[in-house]
Structures are given as C-alpha cells and as structure tokens.
Design a protein around this ligand. Structure first.
Ligand code: 5GP
Ligand code: SF4
Ligand code: MG
Length: 466
C-alpha cells in the first residue's frame, strides 16, 4: 500500500490526491482521503479503483476541505482477497476522546487476529476486516492524555510491519515500526509538511525531500509547533524490506540515500557477473525488469533491446486476484516484438519468479516468435517463503521455489537456462559491499531466506510452519 499526508497547506485534498497518484504502483484496488476543516470537521471519501478515476473531480475534492489531510492507496495483503469491500478501504476514521483520529497504514500487523479477538471481547465494534483497524480501537481505549500518546501506546501493542500516517484535527503523525520494514519519508512544501511512502510522491507536488522517518520513530507535526520526534519503542536493528529495492518501490524514488533505479541497475550488473551466458540480446520483462536488464547489458556488453512491449494501460499483474484473470493478464499486458526476436538467443531479465505463471507465458510467447534460445535471469533470489509484512505473496505451496530447485524450475519453465541472483549478490547490489551478514542480516529478506525478523504470530497459530 501507499500512504500520504500533509499539514499546513491551503488545500490538503488536492495535494493528497496528487501524492496518491504518484504512489499508485503501491496499490491499485482502492484509495481514500480524509481531511479536516475547522468549520466542517472531518470528511472522507473512499473509492474502488485508481486515484485518477476518482480523486480528480472538483466536485469530490470540494467535499474534502481543510489544511490537513491523509490518504491511502490499497492493495490487499491481509484478510479477504479477491474482493475488497469498501469498508476495508482506508483511511480509517474514528471519533473518540479529544476529537478522534484518522489513520492510513502500510504493512501488515502480524498479531492482528489476536488483538482483534481481545478487543472484540472487551466491547470494540469493528467496521472492517482489515488488520489496520486494530490501531484505531487500541487508540480509542488508551488512557493517554493526548492522541499522539494514545497512538504510541497502541503501536507498542502491535507487532509486524507498519508505516502509519495519521491525523488529528490539527496534527499530522507519522510512525515506522521498530525494524522500519516499510518506507516513510518526510518533505517540506512551502510552509507545510508532507509524509509519504516514497520520495516520488514529494516530487510530483514539488516538495523538498528532508529525510526518511527513522525505524521506530514517531513524528508529530503541526502548523503551529513544527516537527516533534519521539522514539516510543525498544531500539532494534533495522530490517528494511529488501524487496522494496528489487520491485516494490518506484525506480525514481530514493531509498536509504540511494536511487532505486541505480540499485536495480547494480542488481543487473551483479547478475551478469554471477551468471553470464552467451546470447544476442538482453530484454527486460517490462516494466519491473527494465533497470536490471539495462545493468545486465552494460556489464555483459550484450545489446539491450525491447523484445517485449508492454501495454501501458494495464496495471501490475499480481494485483489481479484470481488465477484465471492473472493468466490472461500476461497477454493483455505484454506482447513480443516479433521482428526483433526471430532467430535470436535472448536473455530475459525479470524481477522475480513467484508462481511462475508470468515466466511460463512469456517463454511461450518468445518461442512462438521464433527465438533461438531463451535464458531467464532473475533480479531476486528464489521466492520460497510468503511475506507477512505487506507484500502480497501466495501461500507457500503456490510458490514455485518452495518445492523446486533451480534446475527443476528451469525444466518446469522450459527455458534454456534459469539463474537467480544470490542473496549475497543482492546485498552487494543494494550497497552492502561485504554481502549479507548472516548473524544479523541488514535487511528483511524472509521471502528468500525464510528468516522472519518478526514472528508471524497469527500465521503460526493458523498452522504455518517456519
Ligand atoms: P509469477 O507469474 O511468477 O507469479 O509472477 C512474477 C512476476 O509478477 C514478476 O515479474 C513480478 O513483477 C510480479 N509478481 C507476480 N505475483 C507477485 C506477487 O505475488 N508478489 C510480488 N511481489 N510480485 C509478483
Ligand atoms: Fe520484503 Fe520479502 Fe521481507 Fe516481505 S518478506 S518484507 S517482501 S523482504
Ligand atoms: Mg513483473
């Protein structure tokens, strides 16, 4: 998901809408905006679909007045799949002591079911099936003397990954979990302030990028008092999601002081060093494989070419909820540039192999077009474990790498060769010169290593085995 918030501006809703539009790659199912105006109080709008289809109408934006607002773009990872209900669309708003608050959450609360059960037993009335709603109820029940205190207390009970943007009537609040699994950045816009999942959402509104919110940090921002920073949690070593670098973030964003695009190019270079192969062309599976393919081509000297053309009017394939639609999705989205491919030995670079559906279809299309050889090079290690921290991966059984070795996957996909970047190679590419520190990894890489930095309590209770 993507989260965004602003305070101290003249028309928060339009700014939030633009910010969400820049974060659309983080979630395309639905979006929502909440604002507050001294005269009209809180207002909210939550809609299915894309930001540009919902939040560009003047009529709608006029119903969201005020100098402070937050927003969310949703892609479902927890709870009901294949049919988000409008009640699950964020931001969530609740009126309780001191005027109440609205929150938008990116990540996944790993003890949400447990918390929900306890809260319901004590009388909380849930409106949605979302894990994120727990935070509002915990805040409402807290005895803290102001809303930021209540939020601190609430978030100390929550486990897992959370980058939260919240608002009261006058304050914008941002917080990252102690491991800082999901991103959150701070920007300045004129006299106002901005919080966003990624820096690309600051660029779109011309805001200045100040810094990242630190793992475990909570910032409370108001037009009156500026920024106050707290550290409510026990200090921990940060474990940022390494897959944000590989796939999830936009290539024009800055993560950890480094451009995502250049990191992906490095990944391609590492891949070329680790797994070279004699071929005529390096082609990306667009768009997610493009920067890594450029890196592979630069390092290997094999020419880069657009062997697959992407229909720009399609979203990300994996957002499609059912297998059938996903299968069609590949053809709706990608087509082979036949004239270029015929008779060529082609290296295809993609970001990841999850179920293997995409790779199989693409291999078929490329061979249909007359390619002489197809070699897959993948910009992440084999995805053998599900993510419980806010990226949608299917159950373990559906992950190709959970049951097959690299050679078996190669055979299953029917390609001439298949190589994944090593975990150490990936760490080098993101800037860790000595690779992965096995005793204390610098990132979360659980979907590749199976080492979960936060115990997925709800999943373990449901029978998941680490
Ligand atoms: P597959 O067809 O192997 O499941 O999907 C692999 C491709 O789709 C990759 O190019 C990746 O960009 C994207 N993708 C598909 N499904 C998922 C998913 O569940 N999680 C993530 N993170 N990416 C996916
Ligand atoms: Fe990121 Fe993978 Fe960790 Fe999920 S499990 S947070 S996708 S590195
Ligand atoms: Mg892809």
């Amino acid at each position: 998901c993507g989260v965004f918030g602003t305070v101290g501006v003249s028309d928060a809703a339009s700014i939030v809408a633009l910010g969400l539009h820049a974060l659309q790659h983080r979630g395309q199912e639905a979006g929502g905006i909440v604002t507050h105006d001294p005269e009209q109080g809180f207002n909210s709008a939550r809609r299915f679909g894309l930001v540009r289809d919902n939040f560009t109408s003047e009529k709608l934006l006029n119903t969201l007045p005020g100098p402070i607002g937050i927003g969310h773009v949703r892609y479902s990872t927890a709870g009901s799949k294949g049919g988000t209900q409008i009640r699950d669309v964020q931001p969530f708003f609740g009126e309780f002591a001191m005027g109440g608050a609205a929150i938008a959450h990116n990540g996944n609360i790993t003890n949400a079911l447990q918390l929900r059960k306890e809260l319901i037993e004590r009388g909380s009335i849930f409106q949605s099936s979302s894990d994120s709603e727990c935070i509002i109820h915990l805040m409402a029940r807290s005895m803290g003397r102001n809303i930021p205190d209540r939020m601190e207390e609430a978030l100390r009970k929550v486990e897992g990954a959370f980058s939260v943007v919240a608002m009261t009537r006058t304050k914008l609040i941002g917080c990252r979990d102690p491991l800082g699994v999901r991103p959150l950045v701070l920007g300045k816009l004129g006299d106002g302030w901005v919080l966003a999942s990624e820096t690309c959402a600051l660029d779109i509104i011309g805001a200045e990028f100040l810094r990242e919110i630190e793992p475990g940090e909570m910032v409370v921002i108001s037009a009156e008092h500026g920024i106050q920073s707290h550290y409510p949690f026990r200090p921990a070593k940060s474990r940022f999601c390494i897959f944000e670098h590989v796939y999830f973030s936009r290539p024009d964003s800055i993560l950890g002081g480094q451009s995502v695009y250049s990191t992906r190019e490095n990944i391609g270079r590492e891949l070329a060093k680790e797994s070279p192969v004699d071929a005529d062309l390096v082609c990306p599976v667009p768009d997610s494989g493009t920067p890594a393919a450029i890196g592979y081509s630069l390092e290997s000297g094999i020419p880069y070419a657009m062997g697959i053309i992407r229909n720009q009017y399609m979203g990300r394939t994996f957002i499609e909820p059912t297998e059938q639609i996903r299968n069609m999705g590949v053809r709706l989205k990608l087509n082979v540039n036949r004239a270029l491919i015929r008779g060529k030995r082609v290296i295809l670079v993609d970001d990841s192999v999850v179920r293997g559906t995409t790779s199989r279809k693409i291999k078929d299309m490329i061979l249909d077009a007359g390619a002489a050889e197809v070699h897959f090079r993948i910009a992440s290690p084999p995805t053998a474990w599900p993510c419980f921290y806010g990226v949608d991966t299917p159950q373990r059984e559906k992950l190709l790498a959970a049951t097959m070795s690299e050679d078996e996957m190669c055979e299953h996909l029917g390609v001439n060769s298949l190589k994944f970047i090593t975990l150490d190679g990936l760490y080098r590419a993101v800037g860790e010169a000595r690779g992965r520190d096995a005793s204390c990894p610098q990132y979360c890489d659980a979907c590749f290593s199976g080492e979960y930095p936060v115990e997925p309590a709800d999943m373990l209770e449901q029978g998941f085995r680490m």
